[in-house]
Design a protein around this ligand. Structure first.
Ligand SMILES: C[S@@+](CC[C@H](N)C(=O)[O-])C[C@H]1O[C@@H](n2cnc3c(N)ncnc32)[C@H](O)[C@@H]1O
Length: 210
């Protein structure tokens, strides 16, 4: 696994993180890095996903943004957003699903997601702990297929100096998963490095199911 080091300097990242926490989309708090929205907007265009599955809805703004992108692109993409607590937002283009990242099977089964149209774009943006990310990777490895794209969000919390609060977070989960399961996922370095090496909230986190 290559380094998770990011081209973001700490002083830039500290201020950028403050902005991400204040970011809104269509008047709704949206905790997604705008730089990653640019990366993901391109990925959605290029992949033309049959289904997008987000884990971690918060107030629903990132799902709303993806629904708008799908409309803008003229795509026919199913959109599901899973959270332990579903948001109040209602939008007939988005199916909000109650589910726990530590045990995604019931949420997938409730909507027959294993048979949802391919390719998939899956965005894991929920608890960010090592345990949660490891559980998500282990489950997703069994349901994702070759040609599906995964974004494991927020490994950058290590660069922000709070990795220990998350048991090492996504970076540790990715590293250990790749060591134990070589060749199951493959990092898309071009997506990760769009704005500089790992200048993303998902360092080494954009990856293809092989
Ligand atoms: C970073 S926020 C999601 C941000 C959202 N995608 C956005 O861009 O606005 C994390 C979300 O993960 C959810 N969450 C926390 N623990 C979870 C778990 N065990 N399973 C599923 N979702 C969880 C929280 O309820 C919260 O809404």
């Amino acid at each position: 696994m290559r380094s998770f080091d990011s081209a973001f300097s700490y002083p830039f990242l500290r201020k950028y993180q403050d902005g991400v926490m204040k970011h809104h989309y269509r008047g709704i708090e949206c905790l997604r890095s705008p730089i990653d929205m640019a990366i993901q907007g391109r990925a959605i265009w290029d992949l033309k996903p049959g289904t997008i599955i987000e884990i971690g809805s918060h107030k629903g703004a990132s799902a709303l943004w993806m629904a708008d992108m799908i409309d803008n692109y003229g795509y026919d993409t199913g959109l599901y957003s899973i959270d332990i607590t579903t948001p109040d937002l209602s939008d007939d283009r988005i199916t909000f699903v109650q589910g726990d990242v530590h045990d995604l099977g019931p949420a997938f089964d409730a909507h027959d997601l294993r048979n949802a149209p391919r390719p998939w774009f899956v965005l894991e943006d929920s608890a960010h702990t090592y345990d949660a990310c490891a559980a998500a990777l282990t489950f997703l490895a069994t349901v994702m297929q070759k040609g599906d794209l995964l974004c494991m969000e927020d490994g950058l919390l290590v660069e922000l100096g709070v990795g220990e609060n998350y048991g090492g977070g996504p970076n540790r989960a990715i590293t250990e998963f790749y060591e134990a399961n070589p060749g199951v996922f493959e990092v898309d370095e071009e997506l990760c490095d769009t704005f500089g090496q790992n200048a993303t909230y998902a360092p080494n986190g954009y990856m293809w199911k092989t």
